[in-house]
Design a protein around this ligand. Structure first.
Ligand SMILES: C[S@@+](CC[C@H](N)C(=O)[O-])C[C@H]1O[C@@H](n2cnc3c(N)ncnc32)[C@H](O)[C@@H]1O
Length: 209
């Protein structure tokens, strides 16, 4: 098949497409995607979560190859980091990073068969084109402790288009202290041929009531 890239990822339509794409991409994701593009979003989410006093146990949503877990560990997060992702192939790469306690293969848009034990819920690059929309938030609230801190990146291009503002308004009785900060997703010198080189994300932070 053609080498997987961001344009394929953004065009995903079904969980089956997603599993296939990431099975093909898992081995080269860190080098071909993250390193070449200067993918700084996991570091941005980790920094926001830690600056806000986020603590463990923390769940990394759409953990992929584990770049956000590595960033949290690098900032000195003390306690367990778990990861959840639809793609077992990506989780195999995350396991090699050595910073996750447990890695769970599951679809976060569906009710999760997990205990409500998390003091932190983080995510980078998963709430984006072709991936997870605001329907992914309620199942995560169900497994978070009261007072748990959320730091989730949402690609700026899907924020309004996927209906995040209205979905968050509808969750007003379950979340508190909502803030948004806009950050660049990549820091490599922009390639004029790459339509996504200067894309931004919103880091959405709130606590579970
Ligand atoms: C662009 S990658 C981001 C991975 C990692 N967080 C990072 O920043 O490098 C998006 C990840 O979301 C996962 N994903 C997509 N849809 C999902 C769903 N419904 N439930 C769980 N994970 C999902 C994919 O398998 C993929 O690993």
């Amino acid at each position: 098949m053609t080498k997987p890239d961001l344009s394929h990822a953004y065009a995903l339509q079904t969980p089956e497409d997603c599993l296939k794409l990431y099975a093909d991409w898992a081995d080269s994701y860190d080098a071909d995607f993250a390193r070449n593009r200067g993918y700084v979003l996991p570091a941005q989410v980790a920094a926001a979560f830690m600056a806000a006093g986020g603590g463990a146990p923390v769940l990394d949503v759409g953990a992929g190859t584990g770049l956000l877990g590595v960033a949290l560990a690098g900032l000195g997060l003390s306690g367990a980091i778990d990861g959840i992702d639809l793609s077992p192939a990506m989780l195999d790469r995350a396991r090699e990073k050595g910073c996750y306690r447990t890695l769970i293969a599951a679809d976060v848009t569906r009710p999760l068969d997990l205990p409500a034990v998390y003091r932190g819920i983080v995510s980078s690059g998963t709430f984006t084109h072709g991936h997870v929309g605001p329907e992914g938030v309620p199942p995560l609230l169900d497994i978070a402790l009261p007072g748990a801190r959320f730091a989730l990146s949402v690609n700026a291009g899907v924020w309004a288009a996927r209906g995040f503002p209205a979905a968050l308004d509808a969750l007003a009785d379950r979340i508190a202290g909502l803030t948004l900060s806009e950050v660049p997703i990549y820091d490599a010198a922009p390639d004029p041929a790459d339509p996504h080189a200067t894309d931004h994300a919103l880091i959405l932070q709130f606590t579970r009531r």
